[in-house]
Design a protein around this ligand. Structure first.
Ligand SMILES: CC(=O)SCCNC(=O)CCNC(=O)[C@H](O)C(C)(C)COP(=O)(O)OP(=O)(O)OC[C@H]1O[C@@H](n2cnc3c(N)ncnc32)[C@H](O)[C@@H]1OP(=O)(O)O
Ligand SMILES: CC(=O)C(=O)O
Length: 490
C-alpha cells in the first residue's frame, strides 16, 4: 500500500479565501488540530505577508508539533529571510512558470531569468538551512518542456521537493495523469500536486496525479481557498484510501472535528451537501432510504459516519415512510396503533407539502396530538426583557418555570439574540447540559415586519434535536425555538 504525504495549506492558501483572516491564536488552534489530524506538513502562512503571519509561523514552529512547519515564499531573498527568521522548517517557494504569469509579474524578464532567479533563491534558502519545496505556479498553463527545464535546474540547486501547481484549476484528470507520469519519470525527488477547484475537478485531478506517481498532495480542510477553493483534504483522503488503496497519515476519525473548527474560525460555512463534512452527508429523510438503512446501513452509505468522526441522522419530512415514523416513535418511547401511525405520517407529509422543514419538535407535537397525549411542558417562559442600544452591552433577563420552580437569570451577549439565548442557557444549566449546535434564521417574507423562522439544533449528550420558532420578533422566535428543543431534551 503506497503512502502519500499530506501537505495542508488551510492556514496559507485557505486563509487567502476572500474575507478570511485568522489571528495568531486562531492559527495556533487550527495548527494543533491539523497536527492531531495527522497531516505531514502544515503551511502556516506567508512570513513576509504581515507581522501577524510572521508571529503565527514562529509560534507554530515552536509549539512542539509533529508536522513539518512551512512558510510560503516567492523567489525573493526577503521572503526566504522572513521564513527562516520565523523558524519555519521548510518553505514552499514558488516561481511563475506560464508565459502569462512571467510576463505580468516580470515584464522585462523571460523564462531564462525565472530559472536564474529560482536557482539563486533555492541556493540561498539552503544556506539558511530550510527544506525547500519548489513550486511552478500556473504550471498547468505553461509549456511542459519549460517546467521540466525549470525543475531540472531547481533539483540541481538542491531543491528537496517539487510541486506542480494547477493555479487556476484548468487541469483535467487525463492531463494530470500524463503530466505526472512524465515528471515522475524525469526526477528522483518527491513531486507534489497542488490543485484548485475552478471547474469542480480539484479532487479528481489530485487523485489522478497521485495515481500517476505524485507522492504528496496539497489541500485545505473543507476545500477553502481562493475563488472556488483548493482541493479538499477530506475528499482526497477518503477517495485515495477508499477507492485507490493508498495510505495517508490522516486519522480519519478526527476529520469532522477539524472541519467544524475550521468552519467556526474562518466563518466559511460548509455547504450542507458537501461530501464527508456537510451536515447532510450522513442524514437520511426519504422513506425508502430510512427503511433500508435501518436494516443495513450500507444500503445508502458508502462509508460509515463513524469512520470520519460523525453520527448518522434520520430526519422526517414529506418523503418519510412508515419505517421513519416507527424509528422516531421508538426513540421518543411512544406506541401507536396502525391507524394512528397512518395519521401521524399524513400530518408529517402535510407539513412538508407546505414547504416546511419538519423539525423533531414538530414531529413530537404531531405524535402527541394524534395520540392525545397532554404533556405539560417542563420549561415554560414566563417573562423576557432585553436592553440593547448604541452604548449598551446587550443584556437579557428571563424568568422561566422549570418543573414548577421559578428561575430568574440574566446574561449579556454580542447582540440581543445572543444575550437572550445566553440567559436561557444559564437558567437551565443546573437542570441539563444543553449545547446549541446550530442556529439558522430565515425571513419568510420580504419586509422588516417579516415572519422570522428560526431553526435550532440542540444536543444533550448523544442526543440531537431540531426545533423551530416562528414570530415577527426575532428574539422571541429564537427563544421559542430554544425552549421547544429544550423541552424535547429535558
Ligand atoms: C497562487 C497563489 O496563491 S500565490 C500566493 C499569494 N499570496 C500572497 O499574495 C500573500 C499575501 N501577499 C502579501 O502580503 C503581499 O502581496 C506581499 C508582501 C507578498 C508583497 O507585497 P508588495 O511588495 O506590496 O507587492 P504587491 O503585492 O503589490 O505585488 C506582488 C509583487 O510580487 C511579485 N511576485 C509575484 N510572484 C512572485 C514570485 N513568485 N517571485 C518573485 N516575485 C513575485 C510581483 O511581480 C509583484 O512585484 P512588484 O511589486 O515588483 O510589481
Ligand atoms: C502557489 C499556489 O498557491 C498556487 O499556485 O495555486
Amino acid at each position: 500500500m503506497k503512502e502519500v504525504r499530506v501537505f495542508d495549506t488551510t492556514l496559507r492558501d485557505g486563509e487567502q479565501t476572500p474575507g478570511v483572516s485568522l489571528t495568531v491564536e486562531q492559527k495556533l488552534i487550527i495548527a494543533s488540530a491539523l497536527d492531531k489530524l495527522g497531516v505531514d506538513v502544515i503551511e502556516a502562512g506567508t512570513a513576509i505577508a504581515s507581522e501577524g503571519d510572521f508571529k503565527a509561523i514562529k509560534e507554530i514552529s515552536n509549539a512542539g508539533l509533529n508536522a513539518e512547519i512551512c512558510s510560503f515564499c516567492r523567489i525573493k531573498k526577503e521572503d526566504i529571510d522572513a521564513s527562516a527568521d520565523a523558524e519555519a522548517d521548510s518553505i514552499f517557494m514558488v516561481a511563475p512558470s506560464s508565459d502569462i504569469h512571467i510576463k505580468s509579474k516580470f515584464p522585462d524578464k523571460g523564462r531564462e531569468d525565472v530559472i536564474e532567479m529560482s536557482v539563486s533563491a533555492i541556493e540561498y534558502a539552503k544556506e539558511r538551512g530550510l527544506i525547500v519545496e519548489f513550486g511552478a505556479e500556473d504550471a498547468s498553463r505553461a509549456d511542459l518542456e519549460f517546467i521540466v527545464e525549470l525543475f531540472r535546474n531547481a533539483v540541481s540547486a538542491k531543491a528537496d521537493r517539487l510541486t506542480y501547481a494547477d493555479t487556476v484549476g484548468v487541469l483535467t484528470p487525463e492531463k494530470a495523469e500524463s503530466i505526472m507520469k512524465r515528471l515522475t519519470s524525469e526526477f528522483n525527488v518527491p513531486i507534489a500536486i497542488h490543485c484548485h477547484d475552478d471547474f469542480g475537478l480539484a479532487t479528481i485531478n489530485t487523485v489522478y496525479a497521485i495515481k500517476a506517481g505524485a507522492s504528496e498532495f496539497h489541500a485545505t480542510v473543507n476545500g477553502i481557498g481562493e475563488r472556488a477553493g483548493n482541493a479538499a483534504l477530506e475528499e482526497i483522503v477518503m477517495a485515495l484510501e477508499f477507492h485507490y488503496g493508498f495510505k495517508t497519515s490522516i486519522i480519519k476519525e478526527n476529520i469532522y472535528e477539524t472541519s467544524k473548527l475550521v468552519e467556526k474560525l474562518t466563518r466559511i460555512v460548509i455547504p450542507k451537501h458537501k461530501p464527508i463534512v456537510g451536515e447532510y452527508a450522513f442524514t437520511h429523510e426519504s422513506g425508502i432510504h430510512t427503511s433500508a438503512i435501518m436494516r443495513d446501513t450500507s444500503t445508502y452509505e458508502p462509508i460509515t459516519p463513524e469512520m470520519v468522526g460523525r453520527k448518522r441522522q434520520l430526519v422526517l419530512g414529506k418523503h418519510a415512510g412508515r419505517a421513519s415514523i416507527e424509528e422516531i416513535m421508538k426513540k421518543l418511547g411512544y406506541k401507536a396503533d396502525k391507524n394512528q401511525m397512518k395519521e401521524i405520517l399524513v400530518r408529517v407529509k402535510e407539513l412538508g407539502d407546505k414547504g416546511k422543514r419538519v423539525t423533531d419538535a414538530d414531529v413530537k407535537t404531531i405524535i402527541e396530538t394524534v395520540l392525545q397525549i397532554k404533556q405539560e411542558k417542563k420549561v415554560k417562559l414566563e417573562d423576557l426583557s432585553i436592553v440593547s442600544g448604541m452604548h449598551i452591552m446587550p443584556t437579557a433577563s428571563v424568568k422561566l418555570r422549570i418543573n414548577g420552580q421559578e428561575i430568574i437569570e440574566a446574561a449579556t451577549g454580542l447582540g440581543p439574540v445572543d444575550a437572550a439565548i445566553n440567559a436561557v442557557k444559564k437558567a437551565v444549566s443546573e437542570f441539563a447540559d444543553i449545547k446549541l449546535v446550530s442556529y439558522h434564521v430565515d425571513a419568510i417574507t420580504g419586509g422588516t415586519d417579516a415572519l422570522v423562522d428560526v431553526i435550532v439544533q440542540l444536543s444533550r449528550g448523544d442526543q440531537i434535536v431540531t426545533a423551530r420558532g416562528a414570530r415577527t420578533d426575532i428574539i422571541m422566535a429564537s427563544v421559542e425555538a430554544l425552549l421547544e428543543g429544550l423541552n424535547m431534551l429535558i
